[in-house]
Design a protein around this ligand. Structure first.
Ligand SMILES: Nc1ncnc2c1ncn2[C@@H]1O[C@H](COP(=O)(O)OP(=O)(O)OP(=O)(O)O)[C@@H](O)[C@H]1O
Ligand SMILES: [Mg+2]
Length: 146
């Protein structure tokens, strides 16, 4: 069974809380594909995950490292930003495959660039602006066994 959940947030803090709620439902090894234009709030979402996982190091937008690994209280968090890569071949060279098939949580910004590498259980999170400056629409799509 596939489920789709639609949420509107009205501040970065609300987006953090959506991430925190989603985290409670994730199994080790979960892969999250974050979609949305520049400034949609993908990194903000990952920051919410990180906070909920007890990551103390700041989670930003990686400039040169495209994969950042964070140790939390339990599971590890892999934050991947593929804005600067062209295709999945390049991503494999960065070690993306190891993250995806590991038992941490992998959150991938601009995941559509590696669509062919994503497991079937990938949870897709689509973010888009709302009518107000701090409003964001978030659609969370997951397969039955994700
Ligand atoms: N409701 C909201 N949810 C998330 N971010 C919001 C919200 N309202 C305002 N913002 C602001 O929007 C910006 C989102 O930036 P963020 O870096 O998360 O975007 P991004 O999707 O990761 O962009 P990029 O593709 O450049 O990495 C932040 O400055 C954040 O404070
Ligand atoms: Mg970002």
């Amino acid at each position: 069974m596939n489920t789709e959940q639609e949420i509107v947030t009205r501040s970065p803090e609300e987006t953090h809380r959506v991430a925190e709620d989603l985290l409670k439902t994730l199994k080790p090894g979960a892969v999250l594909a974050l979609h949305g234009d520049l400034g949609a709030g993908k990194t903000c979402f990952v920051q919410g995950l990180a906070r909920a996982m007890g990551v103390r190091r700041a989670v930003g937008s990686p400039t040169f490292t495209l994969i950042n690994e964070h140790g939390g209280d339990g599971m590890r968090l892999y934050h991947v930003d593929l804005y600067r890569i062209r295709d999945s071949h390049e991503a494999l060279g960065l070690g993306l495959d190891d993250c995806i098939h590991g038992d941490g949580i992998t959150a991938i910004e601009w995941a559509e660039r590696v669509a062919d590498l994503l497991p079937k259980t990938t949870i897709h999170i689509r973010m888009s602006p709302g009518r107000l400056p701090e409003e964001r629409h978030i659609v969370i799509q997951r397969g039955g066994d994700s």
